[in-house]
Design a protein around this ligand. Structure first.
Ligand code: NDP
Ligand code: MN
Length: 382
């Protein structure tokens, strides 16, 4: 079996590293950047700060504060129009997964034209995208280093996954100082998204030693540092370790892909416009309880990475303990206990399940489910 690994060309880590952005922009040959940021006051302020840093290195820019949470096709198209109007030659994203994915979508349209829905899924043989720098402010999605983008199709109310190695950013920036402003609930939700990436990649049907190493180290760091980052957002060590954890999780799932948690969470996010991390966090133990029956041995190292002493446990006991540890972590950091609490409705499950079965993320789940089983997992997570 042949495996391919995708990574950004350059990755910067550590407190203060965002100050390097101007040099990096010049290194990759950009002269005018479209800076894509969030729509909130916080998002727009960050966009302007990045524009100022670029200016210090004589790189011009135009700020597009148009990426809302769960970014839409419309936001991508508006951004692409601005990119052309402003004669930009590179894209810089600052924010969480939403601005970074929106920026990737803008990059696609900038060189390939058409509508973003034309590029859903994989295998579109894209023309090369403009240079892309991603500045990540959550710890989280790992979109700053992955070949994925997730864009909401406003017509169909679904989240489209776009997958192409050309979406991999050229420069990925993780500066923990930009993460201290996350409130506890956002820290918790995005941290559980990273945990979901690692767990799904570890039990994936296409996991390899490279992705396993990254996934397990990431789980270990999340178990130790996520509660600390939630309890005290200014703890810079915890923020830095969570940045490493989410980046490692990115290495894992960018190359081993995901599973039913993401396939099912995308439907909840697209249908009810809910935060991605919360949907994942709630579904994670329920999907893994289903998966454990097929690959119990894969859950033993997960239990160990979560800090469980498995030395006196059978494989089944250790696998169960891994899932209990995930549940305990989620409860400890204040994740809602079920889907009912976030507004999901049982009558919607058949259509959500049908769409989940079409989501590419589910293709590498270690146990195949039929429609009724997916519906049953949604129900168990209520
Ligand atoms: P978002 O980017 O959606 O941000 C959530 C909210 O948090 C926004 O209101 C944002 O506002 C705010 N915010 C972001 N950073 C900070 C900060 N440092 N301090 C205070 N507020 C902040 O969150 P996620 O990072 O969780 O991204 C989720 C999206 O990523 C989903 O659409 C999901 O599907 C996608 N995703 C993509 C993946 C990929 O590989 N491409 C993988 C997994 C998920 P503002 O931006 O205005 O500041
Ligand atoms: Mn995710």
């Amino acid at each position: 079996m042949v495996y391919t690994y995708y990574n950004p060309k350059v990755a910067l880590m550590g407190a203060g590293c965002v100050k390097e952005i101007g040099n990096q922009a010049r290194e990759i040959g950009g002269t005018k950047a479209l800076v894509v940021c969030g729509v909130s006051k916080h998002g727009e302020k960050l966009g302007k700060e990045i524009a100022a840093l670029l200016k210090d290195s004589n790189v011009a820019s135009a700020v597009y504060a148009g990426a809302e949470p769960n970014p839409t096709d419309t936001s991508v198209h508006n951004g692409a129009e601005m990119y052309a109007r402003e004669s930009c030659d590179m894209v810089v994203a600052v924010g969480g997964g939403s601005p970074m994915d929106c920026a990737k979508g803008i990059g696609i349209i900038a060189t390939n034209g058409g509508k973003i829905s034309d590029y859903e899924g994989a295998g579109h043989n894209l023309k090369p995208l403009p240079p892309l720098i991603t500045v990540n402010t959550t710890a989280g999605t790992a979109s700053e280093m992955t070949s994925f983008a997730v864009i909401t199709d406003t017509g169909r109310h679904i989240k489209m996954a776009l997958i192409d190695w050309r979406l991999t950013p050229d420069v990925a920036i993780n500066d923990p100082e930009l993460m201290v402003s996350m409130p506890p609930a956002l820290t918790a939700a995005t941290g559980m998204d990273a945990l979901t990436h690692s767990v799904e990649a570890f039990v994936s049907t296409i996991a390899t030693p490279v992705t396993d190493a990254a996934a397990l180290k990431s789980i270990e760091l999340i178990a130790e540092y996520l509660p600390k980052a939630v309890n005290d957002g200014t703890n810079i060590e915890a923020r830095e370790m969570m940045a490493y954890a989410e980046y490692l999780a990115g290495i894992a799932f960018n190359n081993a892909s995901l599973g039913y948690v993401h396939a099912m969470a995308h439907q909840l996010g697209g249908f009810y416009n809910l935060p991605h991390g919360v949907c994942n966090a709630i579904l994670l133990p329920h999907v893994q309880a289903f998966n454990k029956e097929a690959v119990p041995e894969r859950f033993v190292p997960i239990a160990q990475a979560m800090g469980v002493d498995v030395s006196k446990m059978s494989t089944d006991e250790a696998a169960g303990a891994a899932i209990d540890a995930i549940k305990a972590l989620a409860a400890d950091i204040g994740i809602p206990s079920g889907l009912a609490e976030i507004g999901a409705k049982e009558e919607d499950f058949p259509v959500l399940a049908e769409n989940a079965m079409k989501d590419v993320c589910g293709m590498t789940n270690p146990r195949e489910a039929d429609l009724d089983e997916i519906i049953a997992i949604y129900k168990s997570a209520m």
